[in-house]
Design a protein around this ligand. Structure first.
Ligand code: SF4
Length: 328
């Protein structure tokens, strides 16, 4: 089985956008690849280093969400980045050989500097996060990395870093390949992309009541002002979510919306029910998992052991190749 690596920053609760994109992908991958799924807590620090009070909580919540969604620690290695300190060591070595210009041209770095103006992120840690990312992948010899189109430049940078290492110290690190994941756009309650930072997200842990309240506030077709105005489902965020959560009824909903047979209130009530129902098993499983003391700690401990066997082996070879090894 080829080895896949993917990691997520624990910066808040998971929402429907994560579920439809990342989590579903991870679930599909775990049966066909040797999966390394890690909680990227050091990466969380690159933008949120000043507010770490919730970090432990977010990590625990993320592991519970993953397990409740169906990720199985018997099938995949689930670990926390900071439990595998060799990653930091490799990032240090890779940082030595990565030209600053490669990092400065990273489009995400430039965008984020503008977008996150309220945070002081023009830091050494933030500009260097692609090097840390490369270390995450290369240390476990990740062969395949699932990415969205916007993350392709990052993966290319990891490949360039691997090539530079191999050129300097002999062929050893594996150049990872991209596995393009076509993420569906999941609109938030205001029709922008669902995101915690836009305050428009429906979280996996929301109760049916909270889901109803959020769905009731959702933006619909702006041209449908009165109940008897015909609607345009294709511009409506409620309809976009129906396509995901009520697939068996989308055709009927679209027809009835266009001739004003169904009103937005009923349409939203139906959506809230569909979302709640599709999360029912998840919610039940998650409640049971959350009631098992020490479960998350145990899973992370086991995962760190498994990942550590690979990372220690890699670092032994890396140190030898760059002559950071015991003096004889
Ligand atoms: S009826 Fe449904 S699909 Fe049509 S505009 Fe209202 S909420 Fe959107």
């Amino acid at each position: 089985m080829k080895r896949v690596l993917t990691g997520y920053r624990p910066t808040g609760k998971l929402h429907l956008g994560h579920m439809v994109g990342n989590l579903q992908n991870m679930l599909d991958l775990q049966s066909t690849y040797d999966c390394y799924f890690f909680i990227a807590d050091w990466h969380a620090l690159t933008t949120d280093y000043a507010k770490t009070g919730q970090l432990g909580n977010y990590i625990e919540e993320m592991v519970l969400d993953w397990l409740a969604f169906g990720l199985d620690p018997e099938k995949c290695t689930i670990y926390r980045q900071s439990d595998v300190p060799e990653v930091a060591e490799l990032a240090l070595y890779l940082g030595m050989l990565t030209p600053l210009s490669w990092l400065e041209r990273n489009p995400t770095y430039k965008e984020q500097l503008v977008e996150l103006k309220n945070k002081e992120i023009a830091t050494y840690g933030f500009i260097g996060y692609p090097v840390l990312q490369a270390a995450d992948i290369l240390i476990v010899h990740g062969e395949v990395v699932p990415v969205g189109e916007d993350q392709l430049p990052h993966l290319e940078l990891s490949r360039e870093i691997a090539r530079r290492f191999n050129y300097l110290y002999g062929d050893y690190l594996t150049e990872p390949q991209a596995k393009l994941s076509k993420g569906k756009r999941v609109p938030g309650t205001d029709n922008r992309k669902m995101s915690k930072s836009y305050n428009n997200a429906i979280f996996l842990t929301d109760s049916p009541d909270e889901i109803s309240k959020k769905v009731r506030k959702m933006v619909t077709d702006p041209a449908r002002i009165r109940r008897d105005d015909p609607g345009h489902p294709d511009v409506c965020s409620v309809f976009a979510l129906h396509k995901i959560f009520t697939p068996a009824e989308v055709e009927r909903i679209a027809e009835e919306c266009k001739i004003a047979k169904i009103g937005c209130t009923d349409c939203k009530a139906l959506l809230a029910t569909s979302i709640s129902e599709s999360l029912a098993d998840f919610r039940e499983k998650r409640a049971k998992l959350a009631a098992s003391p020490g479960l998350v700690a145990k899973i992370l401990e086991d995962g760190a052991k498994r990942a550590g066997e690979v990372t220690r082996k890699t670092m032994k070879e890396v140190r030898t190749r760059i002559n950071i090894c015991p003096i004889k």
